[in-house]
Design a protein around this ligand. Structure first.
Ligand code: IPE
Ligand code: IPE
Ligand code: MG
Length: 249
């Protein structure tokens, strides 16, 4: 299957090394509460984990890392927490983009960024432009992202680009309008923090992804935890509808 396509009719190339890892970084609030700290302290500590995981992915030759930073539903949190998360995001963008660039990392954001303050939108655009030609690792931040939003905006765009009625389309055509069309579908999904749900993350793209859930809270997700997730992935047999016998031939 060619890179970037999203059809379940063909079996993609897979190997022992996940090419694309997608992570729901959950558990910051509980990490802080355990220490009698405000939730914000957990989010701050979570940024450290982001740095470490980017490094681990680079070291392991992972080509795509996608991190869920803020969901389309997270606006429902208390206003002071939303505002803190926005400041943290703005600060991280301002400080980290040049370092990502130095390390050969391509930076991308998926999600409806129109709702962010203009300073954040500018940082995102500049960061994406600056790092566009880098190829060591593609780091995608999902911000104000929702899997249902993604599918809906893809349908909307596809309809706008189609001149003939009725519109003829298939999975392949729709997938071209999804916000992560530039990446192969995730091989490994990780969710920290103990919840076993997808929380409206990459709904379309996770169709055949190997899922890994750990109770470890995001600020505690260190190199050892990362290696455990990779090891778990390496023990899976990805069958894509086939039988085990067919795979082992
Ligand atoms: C994940 O940690 C970070 C974001 C959603 C931004 P949480 O803030 O959800 O932490 P818990 O789940 O309350 O522990
Ligand atoms: C999912 O975490 C979103 C992010 C990590 C950004 P949540 O903590 O918001 O998920 P739910 O609400 O518990 O499902
Ligand atoms: Mg949570």
């Amino acid at each position: 299957m060619s890179q970037g396509t999203s059809s379940t009719r063909e079996i993609p190339e897979t190997g022992l090394k996940p090419k694309h890892i997608a992570i729901i970084m959950d558990g910051n609030g509980r990490w802080a509460r355990k220490r009698y700290l405000p939730r914000m302290a957990g989010h701050k500590q979570g940024v450290e984990t982001v740095r470490n995981v980017i490094k681990s992915c680079s070291d392991h030759g992972v080509e795509y890392l996608t991190l869920f930073a803020f969901s389309s539903e997270n606006w429902r949190r208390p206003a002071d927490e939303v505002s803190f998360l926005m400041q943290l995001f703005a600060g991280a963008l301002e400080q980290e983009i040049s370092k990502l660039h130095e390390n050969g990392i391509r930076f991308k954001v998926i999600g409806d960024i129109s709702r962010f303050e203009s300073r954040i939108i500018q940082f995102i655009k500049k960061g994406e432009q600056l790092t566009a030609k880098n190829s060591k690792l593609t780091l995608t931040i999902a911000a104000n992202y929702g899997g249902r939003w993604d599918i809906m905006q893809a349908i909307q765009q596809m309809m706008e680009n189609s001149s003939e009625l009725p519109i003829q389309f298939d999975e392949e055509k729709l997938a071209q309008y999804l916000s992560m069309y530039y990446a192969p579908e995730p091989d490994l999904f990780i969710r920290t923090g103990g919840e076993c749900r997808i929380s409206n993350f990459l709904l379309w793209q996770l169709a055949y992804t190997e899922l890994y859930f750990t109770d470890t809270l995001w600020p505690d997700f260190d190199e050892n935890e990362f290696n455990m997730a990779i090891q778990s992935y390496q023990q899976r047999e990805r069958r894509f509808g086939q039988t085990s016998e067919q795979i082992q031939q």
